[in-house]
Design a protein around this ligand. Sequence first.
Ligand SMILES: NC(=O)c1ccc[n+]([C@@H]2O[C@H](COP(=O)([O-])OP(=O)(O)OC[C@H]3O[C@@H](n4cnc5c(N)ncnc54)[C@H](OP(=O)(O)O)[C@@H]3O)[C@@H](O)[C@H]2O)c1
Length: 342
Amino acid sequence: MAFNCAILDSYLSTLQSSKILAYSSLLFILVGFYRYVSFGYKLTKLFFELFILSGKNLKNYGAGKGAWAVITGASDGIGKEFSLQLAKKGFNVVLVSRTESKLVELANEIEQKFKVNTKVLPFDFSLNQSIDYQALANLIEPLDVTVLINNVGQSHAIPVPFAETEESELSNIILINDLATLKVTRIVTPKLITKRQGLILTMGSFGGLFPTPYLAVYSGSKAFLQQWSSALAAELKPYNVDVDFVLSYLVTSAMSKIRRTSALIPNPKSFVASTLSSIGLQRGAQGRAATSTPYWSHAIFQFAVANTVGELSNIVSNLNLKFHIGIRKRALKKAERENKKL
Ligand SMILES: NC(=O)c1ccc[n+]([C@@H]2O[C@H](COP(=O)([O-])OP(=O)(O)OC[C@H]3O[C@@H](n4cnc5c(N)ncnc54)[C@H](OP(=O)(O)O)[C@@H]3O)[C@@H](O)[C@H]2O)c1
């Protein structure tokens, strides 16, 4: 009898372990299948959003019907292109940035070329003066504003270890990139809510998407904007106000100090054209709420990193570290050569 029980026990335990084996194999197959299908879905979505689908028509925000767009950091680079291309689409534009002469020149060019109205507001966001914010509120009060482009931004003069970052640079980056963006949006948003129509587009950066050593403050300032913008998008959805956080790798401009374009580095004109033609499409930024990576090569770059090593991985952080140490060395050598010439 005892002998029979032992055989039964051993039989049951073999059955048990083969059941566990069968269930875990099934689980592996299901997880693998899910990952395979979801990767296929994401890849197809990327392809369609990049090459087949088009974004929301800007007429939805009143283009050509007297609506106004407010653009910060409007006088140069990406902001200047947003100003020109939105005016070309029929928006009146409020141009906000530091240097009045550049704003006036751009406003004249826009009025002549596109026959829309313009207003300019010289505003140094690094000063964080209430009087300037009040001037902006007063300026837009009578205007039918439906679009806000939060473009103004500052990075580090050259890549620098956090411990050596000048305090003025540190606070300017936060004041300009974060506080100014919040305060300007706080002024404009009630108008969009009342109108139940609008678009708030905020410039992000791969510097904030990936951990970026030696640009740590800039990296953190843009990561902050990512979370804030995604949260804002959910708050404003019931009011029919679209919120889009736009991610970008390098673009030729004064800030990037890059002049030559390449497949991965567009000029502001191409970058802004792809942004404005793809409103509502996420392209490379799939899985991030209310976020898009509109430029084709940036989108593919982000997709590849996100689906392999991961955007927040140590591998990305270490590669970025080496890259920026190299840039810092070259920038310091160049400064040394220029100092010797003096
Ligand atoms: N270029 C890139 O590679 C790149 C990549 C990713 C994200 N981005 C983001 O894109 C945005 C635009 O960058 P960009 O390359 O076009 O920059 P940019 O060419 O340097 O232009 C910056 C604009 O902001 C204005 N500005 C700078 N400091 C200001 C201040 N304290 N107060 C008011 N206005 C100020 C400038 O006005 P003044 O001309 O009067 O100084 C200029 O109109 C930024 O948010 C940046 O982080 C850029």
